[in-house]
Unconditional design. Structure first.
Length: 447
């Protein structure tokens, strides 16, 4: 018996040693990778990212409440350098995000990304859950609902796993028996106000349907006493046709008195989230088009309200390319001015006159002509980017979620940093996405 124990122990021990060695090595690779890339959030603030147009936000989901996944997603994307992590206005979810951020900071010290909580003023797609009673389902149903769910939120036994459902709605139309219904809700303003007073909550996002500003005003009035604690207020709204800009201006006029009276005005910003095609970034390339079209439309307007613009809804790895094609990626007014001066240098050199003139015309047209409309573009400031950045939701969760699911299938509910090989794999996915906006110089062959 003793021999047998000894034999088992001696055969397990070297294996454990190997695992420990491999884990240590992977963790060191993670640290080296982050240092080598030079993640900007280590040295610069989220506010600067907005001004430069390289702001990246991870959307955990206004309704997604799986705290294990949220913690691990926050850890991975914090390491990848996001400026902000947006989550449900729920205490346990906020705790999970902060725990993930702190675990990431123990691996590599860096500036904390902002934590943003999301609320709604009215019924909104982001604030709903699917529900059905599995007992009512015909036993021969092929369960298409389970297959389309991007969040693995439907189980054979329990029906919808509430905390994993983020309300994307894909399961509703596929049920041949019409068994699935949507349960909508509005986040409690009093509880949200309490959360905003926490030191580890930095920003607020208000989802509004744009149908009526009375509800927006009511929510704002309920939250205004805690607004002084946040660094950023974001408003997420859909494109509602020609009235979009006047709606934005009305909302800004409701908020402005309370934003101005704060002595934090220097660091507080307004940000408008251009919600193209909600919760669809994981579907494919085309999903990002609506958010870009929305951005093109708004940046071309003279009278858009003060504030940064950020893309969301359908955003994915193709979004930055779309912005580049629309000449909106990290474009500022000053770009045009500097290029104008550069052109003048050419003009002084007589042999370069024609070349300089042509260059000036091209650059001017590039800067001010968007989708055929000539406009005087008005960014938040001369040096600020026209588009502050991009928020990634479903797509970001999908690419890292694949790795987290694999880890959980092997190790059950686990902290990703305890399995550095999985952490490294997840980080590579996150860096590839965040890097499209942050312009990381990723090594040609990632370890
Ligand atoms: S498909 Fe969407 S709405 Fe349906 S359960 Fe899954 S996450 Fe929820
Ligand atoms: S598709 Fe409809 S009937 Fe079939 S398992 Fe899903 S909810 Fe039940």
């Amino acid at each position: 018996m003793a021999l047998s124990f000894h034999c088992e122990a001696s055969s397990i021990y070297p294996q454990q040693e190997q695992v420990n060695y491999r884990n240590k090595k992977c963790l060191q690779i993670v640290k080296n990778l982050i240092r080598k890339i030079g993640i900007p959030s280590i040295s610069s603030s989220p506010h600067i990212s907005l001004q430069r147009g390289n702001w990246v936000k991870l959307i955990c989901g206004a309704s997604f409440e799986d705290v294990v996944d949220i913690r691990n997603l926050s850890l991975v994307y914090a390491l990848a350098g996001v400026d902000c992590i947006d989550c449900a206005a729920d205490e346990s979810v906020v705790n999970a995000v902060n725990e993930g951020i702190e675990a990431a900071r123990e691996i590599v010290p860096f500036q904390r990304p902002w934590v943003m909580i999301s609320v709604n003023d009215d019924e909104d797609l982001h604030f709903r859950k699917a529900k059905f009673d599995p007992e009512d389902c015909p036993p021969d149903c092929s369960r298409p609902c389970e297959m389309v769910c991007p969040s693995n939120a439907i189980s054979l036994k329990d029906g919808v796993i509430t905390e994993r459902c983020y309300g994307c709605g894909r399961c509703f139309p596929v049920c041949p028996y019409d068994k699935i219904r949507a349960v909508t809700y509005v986040r409690d303003a009093v509880a949200t106000s309490q959360l905003l007073k926490r030191n580890d909550v930095d920003a607020l996002e208000i989802h509004t349907s744009g149908r009526q500003t009375d509800l927006f005003k009511e929510l704002w009035n309920n939250l205004k006493d805690s607004i002084g604690n946040v660094k950023l207020v974001a408003v997420s709204l859909p494109y509602v046709g020609d009235s979009t800009v006047s709606l934005m201006n009305t909302m800004y006029s409701i908020m402005e008195p309370h934003l101005c009276c704060s002595n934090l005005w220097q660091v507080r910003s307004m940000i408008y989230e251009l919600d193209g095609r909600p919760m669809s970034g994981d579907i494919g390339r085309g999903a990002t088009r609506e958010a870009i079209a929305f951005a093109v439309h708004l940046t071309a307007l003279r009278d858009r309200p003060h504030g940064f613009l950020q893309l969301a809804g359908g955003t994915n790895v193709h979004t930055v390319n779309g912005l580049k094609k629309a000449r909106l990626f990290q474009t500022t007014c000053i770009t045009g001015i500097l290029l104008f001066l550069f052109s003048l240098l050419y003009l002084f050199e007589s042999q370069y006159f024609i070349k300089g003139f042509i260059m000036f015309m091209i650059l001017t047209v590039q800067e001010y002509v968007i989708e055929g409309e000539i406009s005087t573009v008005k960014p938040p400031g001369l040096l600020d980017a026209l588009i502050g950045g991009v928020a990634y939701g479903g797509y970001a969760r999908k690419i890292v979620g694949r790795v987290l699911s694999k880890m959980q299938s092997q190790h059950s509910l686990a902290c990703v940093e305890d399995y550095p090989d999985h952490l490294l794999e997840a980080l590579k996915e996150a860096l590839a996405l965040v890097g499209t906006v942050k312009c990381y110089d990723l090594p040609s062959e990632l370890p």
